[in-house]
Every structure is written in C-alpha cells, then in structure tokens.
Design a protein around this ligand. Sequence first.
Ligand code: GLU
Length: 504
Amino acid sequence: MSRNLFRAYCRKNGDATPPVVPAQTLLLAFEESGILHDDKRLSKFFAALKKAPAELTESQFESLLEISPTLVEQVLTKQLAIPQFQDFCGHIADIFAEVEENRGGTLANYIPQLEKVDPEKFAVSVCTVDGQRFNLGDAEDYFCVQSCSKPITYCLALEARGEEEVHKYVGAEPSGKTFNELTLNSKSQPHNPMINAGAIMCGALLKSESLDASARFDYVMKQWRECAGQEKVGFDNAVYLSERQTADRNFALAYFMREKKAFPPGVDLLDALEFYFQCCSIEITTRAMSIVAATLANGGNCPLTGQQVFKPNHVKNCLSLMSSCGMYDFSGEFAFRVGIPAKSGVSGAIMLVVPNVAGFAIWSPRLDELGNSVRGVHFCRRLVETFKFHTFDSTLGLLDQRIDPRRNLYESRLSGVVAFCFAAAEGDVGEMRRLVAKGVSPDQADYDGRTALHLAASEGKLEAVKYLLDLHVNRASLDRWGNTALDDARRQGHQGVIALLSES
Ligand code: GLU
C-alpha cells in the first residue's frame, strides 16, 4: 500500500532526480480531511512530519507512515466517515451563516447566570466517527450543559445497573407533558430518563451505595472527559448554587416520587437532587460536546482516543430515547421533521447524533417557547434539508436529490478506471489521488481509448492535467478517433492546458 500511496502523492522535480513527496502536500491532505493537528492519535506522526525535510524520499515517506500506518493510510486514501470533508464543511458554514441571521426567541431567565449570557453567541461543532472535526463561531466558549447531561447520566446508570434494573425504576415513553411536569406514569415511575424526574432517578441509580457524593461526582466528570476525548470539561459553581436555590419544582418531583415509593431502597432524596443540580452545572464547549456526541454516534467508543466509554447496547438505548423524548414537547415533531436523535438543554445547547457518521453540538442561547434553542432547531432543519441524515432517508432511494456525504463520490457511481476518468473530468485531484493510492492505474483508458488525460484536457481542468503529468502518464495516447489529449484541448480552446501539454 505505501508504494501506491507514495505514487499518489509524489512529484518529480526532473528526470535526473527520484520522485519526492512534499511535506506540505501531506499537511494539506490532513487539513482537508478534517484531522486536526491537535489530534492525539497522530501526535507522534505530526511531530515527525514537522521535523522531516520539505521533500520526502520514498524511504523517508515509508518510515513516516510506519508511525501510525492505519490512520494515515485512511486519511491519504480518504477512507474516512465523510470523504469529501471540505465540501461538507462548506455546506455547514453556509447553513451557519444563514441561521445566524435568526434572532428569534428569548433567554432562559429562571436563574441569573442564563439570563445574562450574550444572546448573540452561536457555535456549531462537528466530529465524525473517524475524528474529523470542524468548529464554527464561539466553539471555544463554555456554557452549562443543563439537560444535555441527561443522556450521559442515563448511560452511566445503565453501565452501573444494566438495562433491566434501570427500567424497573424509569419508563421509556414520552410523557406528552413538559420536562418538569409533576407527573409519573401509571406504574408511578418517571416517564423516561430525558425529563427531570427520570434524570433525578437515573442519578439516584448511579453507584449510590458504592461511592460517596464527592467520589461519584469525580467519577461522572471522568466519564464526561472520556466521552470528550480528554478535552476540558468544567463545572460552573454559580449555576449550581442558583439551580439549588430555584429548585422548588425539582424538590416537588423528588418528594412526589418518594411518596409513590418510586426510588429503590436506600436512596437519599437530597443527595439525588444535589447530584442532579451538579450534572446540570457541568460546563463544556461545543468543540468538546461534539466529541461526546461522536462517541454516542460511534457506539460508545470515543473516536479520538479509541476508548470504549459505554457499551454499544446502552448507547442504542440512549439514542432511542433521545429520538423519542430528547427535545422537550417538540420531540415528536423533531423526530418527524429532522429524524436525528438529539438532546436539548435550556442553556441553548443541542447535542445531535447521526449514528455511524458524526456528532454535532450547537449552542445559541435564545430559546423558543418549548425551551429549545431557536437557532439550534433551525440549524437541524437546514441540516436535513441539505444532507440525507434523517433516520428514514434510506427509504427514498434515487429520487432523493440531497447530499449523502458518506458516499465516496465517484467510486460508488462507477468503479476503477472509469471513476478515475470521471474525477479527472471534474478536476477533482483529491479524488484522483485517492484512487491512485488504491491502485488504479492513471494511464488506463476506457472502452473508447479515452484516458483521464483526455478527459481533463477536454474539460480544461488544469490542476488535474498537472497532476497526471506529474505521474508521467503517456501524453501521446490516442483515443479510438485517433486524438491525443492535446488535440482535445485545442478543439475546446483551453489555452492553459494547451501550453502545459505542449511543453516537452
Ligand atoms: N436545570 C434545569 C431544571 O432542572 C434543567 C433544564 C433543562 O435544561 O431542561 O429545571
């Protein structure tokens, strides 16, 4: 494989010297793939690349690759969750710019800390299941997670007690009522773990006998950091104190559950409430929260560390409940229109999980009357208008014109050499590189004797022609009508290509 990779990325400085791969070309390939320079999986690789000469010989290239062969090969052959990552990010940036204009909604005002946040704040971050990342807007700002803590608390309860035991105490049905409604289901249990009563219950189920309150909080923070690929996750003490002070409804819910004997034996009600307030007060950036979402998208395995934080079955349970109950009283409508598991919090955060593809975190503090971020919901709607991310989009088949970023653009439509010719005609050098790296011969012709060079020349794709000439393809090759690539360029009047192909 490394031979093909070298061939795909090399350049010849003249016939007398052996081909080399410019270090800059490699850096660019990583940048374009969305694998960022602070990615811990590649810290040794990037350190070596920094120290490497500007142009790498084949053996230098090979030893560099040996540092992290699997991931580097994945990047250089574009075998990542979203292969055309730059195009994808371009669409996300367009949606972001459009949604930023939306100034609808009002700030949450039940605690001063949420009321005094700058309402203009807006951030979107995405992390794919292969760790490709993209951050926009205020992605480094911290905000409290509020109800976005509920999926994680639920996963932790499942890890501690197992599905059967947890669901002896909490249901799996949307409540049809507001998130803090004083109500239980017909078995006197909270309706589900995504509303307040259910989250208080899940907290109570979490290692309550084996850990004291401080050890339990340390454990939860550790788990959050593991989900976030060891990014910083903080705690906002002022929010915590305010939550505690204004918590009449949550106290009422807990006493109601105690009256109905909903808690397992031995649960201390005040301790369970304290823990719930602490979880709401965890603070994070969208940059880190998108990694948490990606860990859920990846079946509980953090894409940036490879650590299995939660069991896949538990993540499946959690995503199912996020789908049906994650967006307050808008959950049914959201499942219908957007069709992606999500959880929203009153701080204006939304954690969105596209299973097996990517996690998103969106933060914009102005809320609609149901408590969801106005821009957040707007962003999610535009996301599925652009991409085939709705859970049931696969039923639409070819009629659907929206983008499926999971696809390898040309390879799925055609294969091998035809895919290469197609990419050449489009001037898509990145895709051409990927196909050469996979072993496609750049000289090969189709049924009509048309080579990639013929197609790139006909279409005036200068960069593609340059790339093919760097690969030393046969520029004299004739198609079935007896024409060379230069003949094609002349016929179409592509002056730049004519000049290139006429050079000896
Ligand atoms: N701290 C809030 C409460 O318990 C959580 C609100 C939310 O994000 O849904 O009322």
